[in-house]
Write a protein that binds this ligand. Sequence first.
Ligand code: GLU
Length: 431
Amino acid sequence: MITKDIQLPVKKSESGMVANVLEQFNKAANHIDLNPNIRRILNVTNNEIIIHFPVKMDNGNVEIFTGYRVQHNNALGPYKGGLRYHETVDIDAAKALAMWMTWKTSLAGLPYGGAKGGIKINPKLYSQSELERITRRFTYALGDNIGPEHDIPAPDVNTNAQTMAWIADTYMSTKSPAERSRYQHVVTGKPVGSGGIEGRDRSTGYGVFLTIKLWAEKRNVSLKGKRFIVQGFGNVGYWASHFMEQEGAILVGVQDAFASIYKPDGIEVKQLNAHIENHEGSVNLFPDAFAIEKDDFFGLECDILIPAALGNQITAENAHLIKAKLIAEGANGPTNVEGERILIENGIEIIPDILCNSGGVIGSYFEWLQNRNGELWHMDEVILKLEKVLKESFNKVYEYANKENVDMRTAAFCLAIQRIEKAYIQRGIFP
Ligand code: GLU
């Protein structure tokens, strides 16, 4: 038997994100004195799939794309997690993001494991019909490496309900016509009308808002009049801002991949959304807003910062600039370990990604159940149930953090890891 507090080395070759999630994991694993054998299992990803596949472009040429699917762990149920289309997608990013999914689904008490994947691509460079062919060909190539009871993808960065509809249709078309409908829950986040569930579109953003609200209640403060800034104005950033605004908070700054804007007297969310639609998907040139330098964004005067874009954004280079008192992680892995150390020193609190953005996968779970059971859920039921699951998770994390005197991220990881550890101990290792 080896000693209990082994800390497995993080390989140099691994990207910032893998090192980051492993450090977060190891910190929590040390805190709960995780069984060393189970630590070994959780330290690696079960399956890593890399696929190179050809697609015919609109001009008749063939382009080769690279797609990934990493399945980290399925001790608690089928692998679950999104597919992203972005130039930063590679095997390391997929590995790290798959690990975060395992912790996220475990913390939420869902019967799922964790996976993530995507295609290394800038989707803006392709037409809609090219994206459809790319998606369908990737799905076909993945074959039965995904499946409704095995690995269930969902939307992530630059993928949406339309992408999921193509995946579902392609996957179902590979089955016999009589069996087709049994496979509808191979993906979640589908359009309502194609097996999707009402409310899935806003469930991540709603969860981000709700966890902020729950945090504010614990602190006895109101969100009314609180100023917030958002990095990334995709699905998560938009819906989180929408619900924050409804609660009386004021959006004062937004950054996307092209521009950063600041408007101290407030940005109307609906108006910004309409502007984005007419300005090639960017917040650039929003009327009466100051255009600011990219590096000045995190230093804006505000109460709450919502990173809702990519990983590794808050680092040792910029963490000391942050004026917000609370960071609510809508994105996965937006804060790296060094950045976090500075934030904690400065008394800034963090609602960690695996809690803060878990509304998305919780909504996915409801969609999966809806399809699996042949049911039709309505918006009010979805939101009500989502609130119930999120409140339970939030309270568990908050109480654990207080009781054990750790930050909320470590608390969330401890709870998530303990659930998996228990399952392994009950079951043992085959053979
Ligand atoms: N991509 C989302 C996430 O990172 C949703 C995953 C899902 O619904 O499976 O949590």
